[in-house]
Design a binder for this molecule. Structure first.
Ligand SMILES: Nc1ncnc2c1ncn2[C@@H]1O[C@H](COP(=O)(O)OP(=O)(O)OP(=O)(O)O)[C@@H](O)[C@H]1O
Length: 528
């Protein structure tokens, strides 16, 4: 890609970008939030047209009007939010839309098997996608792109949702791909990973390429400096601020898929239908409780029940000593419960509304958004400017739509909004997902400051360094149950990763004596 420029109203997203990807290599694209990485990849995948510049594939200049054009040239993209149909099988998902290639029966099955074996993907054609975990879904997405003949794969933050062991497996897959002469371009904010898997690195800052780095000669710190000109932060929580004052007390919380059974509850037969099973915990003022778990083990239901989007079938929730189980969401929020949702697009923003209206969202009745009975747009607008400033939301103004912000900047806006109403309890699901290292440190600082003032936090994160670093207490959720606990001061991401896949129960240090394997794993963890 040569001299790529792309303008949006008020913003130059890409300015004279140069990117060369060699065949048979993994090429990492790094840069702070809003730097222009996604825009560049959307251009390469035919989703957006550049205002200037040229794309040359295998020596031939090309123009893409749609992703279909890009695929013809062997360029495929795996998005961060997977786009598979849950209720279809793997084979059906892969074939969907490309029936003409190898049919929909034996030929297709054979081809899937062939690709899966060739790159060690371990994809089974006949299972339902809804029965697959995140890592397997990702492999199906990769296979789907290969099935369509991709020779260059674009992966948008592929490791954000994976545990350390799954990341290692994915990187093995990528090495297979490149040994077969395919090329991989991937966007990532995790600099340790970038250095461990990439052959080449291109750094983008403020819309333009500022340099390349050779992984073997670069440290994460140097890479971070190249990106943002600041040092690599660590999420360590300095001193404990945990008090003995309970803020949130959850007792026997149970949620059934499809509602509570009619008869007496609690027998073995309905155990399978419990998505949340007898969950009990307390979070004190000044405490961060981290919940570790592979996605889909009840975290979503736990969060939704706490904020009031879902009804508990049994159990109780007390907030500052008061039973809030029957309270609707709005009352919970007004009383001091803040919420950083898992899915920022579906539950955190109105994408087509301006930033300042998004500032009001979820806090319609509260100052500075409201004055008495009436909304106060001026107050909301002023406060949006403050959030933009304090949380470093990169935007041309507060009147642009939320959709026009880069992913990381959308996240900063949500965090800023939720921290603005002096919450007493914060539900934080992946608070820094998609956020660059500099902004991540800033968000951690905001959470730590509030914790020092007595904020209680329920933290859910797929970033195990973040989870271990920020939490005062750690619990593991598996199949809807809290099965184990761990001490954040001593546990490694690898140990926690193993526990999350269901291997452990009880207190983790008690079950897992330190072995050579673990020492190895810990050492690897440091390298990552
Ligand atoms: N459709 C759009 N309309 C207006 N502005 C846009 C649009 N898409 C992107 N931008 C702007 O272009 C710039 C680059 O955004 P882009 O999404 O490419 O960044 P990024 O490097 O991928 O960031 P992140 O790491 O946060 O995902 C940002 O300032 C963003 O606000």
């Amino acid at each position: 890609m040569t001299g790529i420029t792309k303008r949006f109203p008020g913003v130059v997203a890409n300015h004279d970008i140069h990117l060369t990807v060699r065949r048979g290599t993994v090429h990492a694209l790094v840069g702070e939030n809003g730097a222009g990485k996604s825009t560049l990849m959307k251009i390469l995948y035919g989703m957006q047209k550049p205002d200037e510049g040229t794309i040359v594939v295998d020596g031939e200049q090309v123009t893409f009007n749609s992703p279909a054009d890009a695929i013809v040239r062997g360029i495929g993209m795996v998005h961060q939010h997977f786009m598979l149909a849950d209720n279809l099988t793997v084979l059906e998902n892969v074939v969907l839309g490309s029936e003409k290639l190898y049919g929909i029966g034996g030929g297709a099955r054979k081809k899937i098997k062939e690709i899966s074996d060739r790159y060690g993907l371990g994809v089974r054609p006949d299972v339902l996608v809804e029965d697959l975990g995140v890592a397997h879904r990702q492999r199906v997405e990769i296979l789907k792109v290969l099935y369509r003949g991709a020779r260059t794969l674009i992966l948008d933050e592929p490791t954000a949702v994976l545990v350390p062991q799954e990341v290692d497996a994915l990187f093995d897959n990528l090495r297979e791909l490149k040994s077969e002469g395919l090329s991989v371009i991937f966007i990532s904010h995790k600099l340790g990973e970038v250095l461990s898997v990439a052959d080449d690195i291109t750094v983008i800052r403020r819309g333009t390429t500022v340099g390349t780095a050779i992984p073997s000669e670069t440290t994460p710190r140097q890479l971070a400096e190249l990106m943002v000109g600041s040092e690599l932060p660590t999420p360590e929580t300095a001193e404990s601020t945990v008090t003995d004052k309970p803020v949130l007390e959850v007792e026997g919380l149970t949620v059934y898929a499809g509602g509570a059974p009619a008869g007496p509850v609690g027998n073995a037969a309905d155990a399978v239908r419990r998505i949340l099973d007898d969950v009990t915990f307390t979070i004190h003022a000044g405490e961060v409780l981290g919940i570790a778990g592979v996605e889909g083990n009840g975290q979503t239901e736990l969060i939704e029940t706490l904020i009031g989007l879902k009804k508990a079938d049994s159990g109780a929730i007390a907030f500052l000593g008061e039973d809030i189980t029957p309270w609707p969401t709005r009352r919970r929020r007004e009383s001091g419960i803040a919420y950083i949702p898992e899915d920022r697009h579906r539950h955190g923003l109105l994408l087509e509304a301006p930033l300042w209206e998004n500032r009001i969202l979820g806090h319609v009745t509260e100052s500075p958004n409201a004055k008495g009975f009436w909304l106060d747009p001026k107050g909301a607008q002023e406060d949006t400017r403050r959030i933009v400033e304090e949380y470093d939301v990169r935007t041309p103004g507060i009147d642009v739509t939320a959709a026009s912000l880069s992913g990381g900047n959308q996240q900063k806006l949500i965090v800023g909004r939720e921290m603005s109403h002096a919450p007493k309890f914060l539900i934080a699901a992946h608070p820094t997902r998609g956020v660059d290292v500099g902004a991540q440190a800033a968000i951690w600082d905001h959470i730590r400051d509030a914790r020092r003032e007595g904020l209680a936090v329920l933290l859910i994160s797929a970033d195990l360094d973040e989870l271990i670093g920020l939490s005062d207490t750690l619990r593991v959720i598996y199949n809807g149950r809290l099965v184990a606990d761990a001490d954040p001061a001593t546990i490694t991401p690898e140990q926690l990763g193993s526990a999350m896949t269901g291997a452990a129960s009880g207190h983790l240090e008690d079950v897992e004596e330190s072995t050579e394997d673990e020492a190895d794993a810990a050492a690897k963890g440091e390298n990552r």
